[in-house]
Design a protein around this ligand. Structure first.
Ligand code: MN
Length: 254
């Protein structure tokens, strides 16, 4: 079993280290992660500039590749032949914040796993629902253990082509988890606000600010599962077709 581990927070992120150490219990691990934070960068393919790759080490001394590309580039590069050895699956994370509902198309963590699926491999994204405004070091132990348990099942059962598993873990001790819940995407409630400021020369610039998103607490959803203390596992696909709308559209007079 050869697992490619990546993330969207950059190669120095503690969540990547925790995931890497746990995945090593399951097989050979290659780490290939961005050289900076790409959170909320979405699904990227860098085409208008060259990509640089260099070798580095994680905080525990284990080798890693890093690149100035996006998370999805960091999956594409090794799978397109930068690595000679065949990769069996891609695991992305551990993101310090949950990726729920509409977050999945913004998320570099999830879109890195989607890139694996495009290349025909199982892709698993793992995110931790850490408390808002958490100060200091986050504890990734539960999320890392959950990631291992999910990957063990993927190894045993296999994943159909085209399926990404989006795993979100409550910020609890492992013994406090209520269990694992298979969920659908819930509804995020974004509270974005446009923050207009002036630079020293009097020209306006903008931040997309506001409070962190919340969500609709509905049973059976990713958001609802976390609220109830369960690990949420949502099987995602890249086919975003709205099938019912096809019938409506066919009646339109173009
Ligand atoms: Mn991130």
């Amino acid at each position: 079993m050869h697992i490619l581990v990546t993330n969207d927070d950059g190669v120095t992120a503690p969540g990547l280290l925790a995931l890497t150490q746990e995945m090593k219990k399951l097989g050979k691990v290659t780490v290939f992660a961005p050289d900076r934070n790409w959170s909320a960068s979405g699904h990227v393919k860098t085409m208008e500039r060259p990509l640089r790759v260099r070798e580095t080490i994680l905080a525990d001394g284990s080798p890693a590749f890093t690149s100035d590309g996006a998370p999805s580039d960091c999956v594409a590069l090794p799978l397109l032949g930068l690595l000679e050895e065949k990769v069996d699956m891609v695991v992305s994370g551990i993101n310090p914040n949950a990726n729920l509902g509409h977050d999945v198309t913004y998320s570099g963590t999830v879109t890195a796993a989607m890139e694996a699926v495009i290349d025909g491999l199982p892709g698993i994204a793992v995110s931790l629902d850490s408390p808002e405004n958490h100060g200091g070091k986050l504890d990734y132990a539960t999320a890392a253990s959950v990631a291992r348990r999910v990957v063990e099942q993927v190894i045993a059962e296999g994943l159909p082509k085209g399926v990404v598993l989006n795993v979100n873990v409550p910020y609890l001790k492992e013994s406090e988890l209520k269990g694992f819940m298979v969920t659908r995407q819930g509804l995020r409630v974004y509270r974005d606000e446009l923050d207009r400021r002036l630079d020293p020369r009097g020209r306006p610039y903008y931040w997309i600010g506001g409070q962190a998103p919340t969500g609709v607490d509905e049973p059976g959803t990713d958001f609802g599962a976390l609220r109830a203390g369960y690990v949420s596992i949502t099987p995602l696909q890249l086919d975003l077709t709205h099938h019912k709308m096809m019938d409506t559209l066919k009646k339109w007079k173009f």
